[in-house]
Design a protein around this ligand. Structure first.
Ligand SMILES: [Fe+2]
Length: 292
């Protein structure tokens, strides 16, 4: 694929073949909540979406199914809402029943500044902030943008689940050194979470613009800009989440880079402050509802 060097692709494909398990486990809270909602005969697509759209592994599975060869030739599906329409409630029910649960997300296990729960909160915060920044700057309600934010660090979830021992080594060094996660991943794994995330996203059949978002969320200027406005919104949201200490931060907060991104986006700092407050409020509400 165009995103990666031949060497990296070969390395990742040999590792994934060996493991032969490319199904990401989900988060217990979400799947438990979904079971009770799915048992309600009057369940609406809106009720389902609200719970599914905060669970990155489940979003991946559903998008992957909606874009599978079975529906080949049809328009690429980029949102959970459209996936539910295409697949129907029975198929969604089957996916949820078959969904594995991965304990690392819920046991509160942490290494340095990382825990699955903190990464989860970071993913939701970035999803919401990407949506609000994009909507504010481009005047467009685009649910696809939210999905890009939610999945941008899916590669970290992959490393956590498929390469746990090496991932723990990565985290141990990350807490000791003044380097970003990317640099340490390159040293220990030979690839970054952006690389492995984009690699598997392609295998799973996710839309190209999501691959682009996952591959280049740290360095948008290197992308092919399938959706430039989305990628710049996502990159700014990611930096803001690090700056505001919302969940796990895979990069050290960098004031100069943040200011450059704010300037490039042409957004006022007051607007960003309001967006951060709004996102914090929504995350609190999700916590109060027991969803995260
Ligand atoms: Fe990242």
């Amino acid at each position: 694929m165009g995103y990666l060097t031949v060497e990296k692709t070969a390395l990742m494909s040999s590792l994934m073949e060996e493991l032969d398990r490319t199904e990401l486990g989900s988060i217990r809270n979400t799947v438990g909540q979904l079971f009770s909602v799915l048992n309600n005969p009057n369940v609406s697509a809106g009720d389902l979406t609200r719970i599914i759209e905060i669970d990155p592994p489940l979003v991946v599975k559903i998008l992957s199914r909606a874009n599978s060869a079975y529906y080949g030739g049809q328009k690429q599906i980029k949102t959970i809402q459209d996936s539910i329409v295409r697949l129907g409630l029975n198929e969604i029910r089957e996916i949820v029943i078959a969904q594995k649960i991965f304990k690392f997300f819920t046991v509160g296990d942490s290494v340095g500044s990382y825990s699955g729960m903190k990464l989860w909160k970071h993913s939701i915060a970035v999803a919401l902030m990407t949506k609000y920044i994009f909507n504010h700057q481009f005047g467009n309600v685009n649910k696809h943008v939210y999905t890009a934010g939610l999945l941008h660090d899916i590669g970290i979830i992959i490393e956590n689940q498929f390469f746990e021992d090496k991932f723990r080594n990565v985290l141990a060094l990350f807490s000791q050194l003044k380097k970003n996660l990317n640099e340490i991943e390159e040293m220990i794994l030979g690839f970054t979470h952006a690389d492995i995330g984009a690699y598997l996203a392609e295998k799973w059949g996710l839309p190209d613009s999501l691959l682009d978002a996952i591959a280049f969320h740290h360095n948008p200027s290197q992308s092919e800009y399938i959706n430039r406005a989305m990628l710049l919104s996502l990159n700014l949201a990611d930096q803001l989440a690090h700056h505001a200490k919302m969940g796990f931060a895979d990069s050290k907060s960098n004031e100069a880079s943040l200011n450059a991104s704010i300037e490039e986006m042409g957004i006022r700092k007051e607007t960003l402050t309001t967006i951060i407050q709004q996102v914090k409020k929504e995350i609190n509400e999700l916590e109060n509802q027991g969803l995260i």
